[in-house]
Structure formats: C-alpha cells, structure tokens
Design a binder for this molecule. Structure first.
Ligand SMILES: [Zn+2]
Ligand SMILES: [Zn+2]
Length: 368
C-alpha cells in the first residue's frame, strides 16, 4: 500500500515527506494507521547517524499510536479497528528475552536501528528501491506502520490516540524507572535531574507513589515551572546554583532516597549520586554516547548507595502501558501538559524545537 512518510535521505539530512510503498503484513505482523507519533532524541540520533548499523534513506519514529488497519493471517489477538500503541522490539530468543527481561534483549540494537526486519528484509520502497524503515520495528513517522503483532499494545478505546504515543518510550522509561524499579514508599524523597519528557514522566510517577519532597533540577526555567505544576516541591536551576547536591542535601535531611538522571551529562549524574542519602539509589535513564565517562568518590558507594542504569523503565509494555493509560485518564499522569503538536509536514520544526528545548515532547499528527 502507498503511505506518506518522513524520509531522511542521508546522514544528518532534513526530513522530507514522500510517498512510499509499504509491504504487506506477514502472518505474525500487523499494519497500524498511525494517528500520531511522539518524537524522541533517539529519532534524531538516528537521523544524525549515531548508530553504526543505520542505513539511508531511512524513516524513523518509535512512539506511534493508532488504529489497527490490517492483520496477518496468524494474528489472533488483534483485529482491524483496535486501538494500539507500538512499543520497543525484542527477539524473544536470547538469554535476556528467555528470562522475560525483554528491555535488555541482546539483539535490541539491530532490531531498533538497522532499518530492516530481523531477517534483513526491508518494509518500505520507493519505486522499487529499498527505504530503511523498521526503526524500533515500527517507523511511526508515516501514515501507516508495519510491526510484529507482539510489539503492539492494545489500549482502552477511550484513550486519546493523539496523546498516548509517548507512553511507548519516554513515558514508560521515566515512569517505569520509578514504579517498576525504585518502587518508593509513601514519604520517600525523590530528585530528578533533567525535566524533559522522561524526567517529567518520572516526576509524575514519583508523585503518584507519594514521594515528598519532590525535587526537579534542570537548566531551563520554563521546564522547571512545568515541573512545579506537575508536583515538584523544590526546583533548582543548575546554572544558577553552585553546588546542586549540597543544596538538595540541605533541605532533605542529608539527601534523597531516590535520584534519577535523564540528562546523561556526567556532571549531572555526579550531582544526582552526591544528592543521595546513605542507602539511596540513583538510576541513569539518559542515553550517553559511547566513550563518555563519569566519576564519583568511591566512599559514596560504601554507604549502601546503589547506582544503576535502566532501559525502558524495566517495563513489560503490555502490562505497564495500560496502567499508565489508566493513570492518565484518572488525571494522575497528565502527559498532555508536556506535549506540543505538529503536523507531519512540519517535522523539521518539531526536530529543531526538540533539540533547542522549546518543545518538551513533540507529537506529530499524521495526515489522513
Ligand atoms: Zn532477545
Ligand atoms: Zn524513545
């Protein structure tokens, strides 16, 4: 079938809307009519060639939400008309997948970034010439997307499809780190470093869990203002404060129980670690480029502190995304507050405003 999609012709080239041919679904695949798709930094990393395995021309996008349009012959759990979000891919066969740690799939890199199905076949072509889609096995920056049925998550039909795409990546990354990994008790203290889409999702989840105080650290005042509206009790502009960790230790009886770094900036990660109380835990959610090192004083760990990384919030999407939708519809996870909408045709504006911080979570609406 013909689709419209945002194509990147070569490394760092702009997005160009083109008409492409999308493959028919195989037995275990389905096609989604994309209503809207969030844009993550990861899409721009793909555009800019940070992933060695990426080929061009390519179509990105991995936070797609929409309506099932067609299903393969063997798909039993979805039917045309179902409302779905598409989440991250996993192989199902490696040592991590066999232990149900799908978000640490050993084959994730190729499945996310290579631009083909696992068997190397392409999903898209332009007049017979291959176009590399299958970004996160979905490429949602287009009017239709093809994915394996097992990566689709059915959602309540009263969930607004133009808002819920970001739950597939940034939403579950931030909220999952808190609700699935840290699992704070009511009254535990919490700090988030970086008040972007992932950080604000973590903040909203920490509020749901009953954490207090709730601290947000960022370098943009407008993001800190939104963090306050979403529940932060204290906000710190890291460009203004000299020693952020000391400030946090001051008003939290010696440090927070939980800290989350979404910036992947070594200085911020160190501050997040140094803001922990003895026995506290810091998780890194930001994706740092290869070769970046961070440091902290070893005695910090001796006081029972934990530092670890988390991918996709340790979420099993079919369990966690419907929970986030429920929270959202109950008014407890107001993701709409961080979203800015763009038409697909304005995708380059969305990318620019995502990079310069003007938009916290761009969401592209697809033309139909
Ligand atoms: Zn795997
Ligand atoms: Zn993402």
């Amino acid at each position: 079938m013909h689709i419209k999609a945002a194509v990147v012709a070569a490394r760092s080239a702009p997005f160009v809307i083109e008409t492409l041919q999308l493959a028919e679904p195989r037995a275990d695949e389905l096609i989604v009519r994309v209503v809207a798709s969030g844009m993550c930094q990861t899409d721009l990393h793909g555009r800019d060639g940070y992933y060695a395995v990426t080929s061009y021309p390519a179509v990105f996008g991995h936070e797609g939400a929409g309506v099932v349009h067609a299903v393969g012959a063997a798909v039993r759990d979805f039917a045309p008309g179902d409302h779905v979000v598409m989440s991250y891919p996993w192989c199902g066969e490696c040592a991590s997948c066999r232990r149900r740690r799908l978000n640490y799939c050993l084959n994730a890199r190729n499945l996310k970034n290579k631009g083909t199905r696992a068997d190397g076949s392409t999903l898209l072509d332009r007049n017979g010439a291959p176009v590399y889609g299958a970004f996160f096995q979905q490429s949602s920056f287009g009017t239709f997307a093809l994915t394996l049925a097992r990566y689709a998550v059915k959602v309540r039909c009263d969930a607004p499809l133009d808002l819920i795409g970001p739950l597939a990546c940034s939403g579950q990354t931030g909220a999952g780190a808190v609700l699935n990994v840290l699992r704070p008790q009511v009254g535990d203290s919490f700090a988030v470093f970086g008040a972007g889409a992932v950080g604000l999702s973590a903040l909203m989840a920490a509020k749901v869990a009953g954490c207090t105080p709730l601290v947000a650290v960022d370098v943009h005042d407008h993001r800190l203002a939104l963090a306050r509206e979403l529940g932060a009790t204290h906000t710190i502009n890291a460009n203004v404060y000299g020693d952020v960790a000391a400030a946090i230790r001051d008003f939290t009886e010696g440090g927070v129980h939980y800290a989350v770094d979404t910036s992947a900036v070594p200085k911020a990660l160190r501050e997040a670690i140094e803001s922990l109380t003895p026995g506290g835990t810091c998780v890194l959610l930001g994706s740092a480029r290869a070769g970046i090192e961070a440091s902290f004083e070893m005695p910090f760990l001796q006081q029972g502190r934990t530092v670890r990384g988390v991918v996709q919030g340790d979420s099993v999407p079919r369990e966690f995304i419907p929970q986030l939708v429920d929270l959202m519809l109950a008014g407890k996870f107001p993701i709409e507050r961080m979203i800015k909408f763009y038409d697909l045709a304005d995708i380059n504006v969305a990318a620019r405003e995502s990079s310069d911080g003007a938009a916290i979570k761009p969401v592209l609406r697809m033309p139909h």
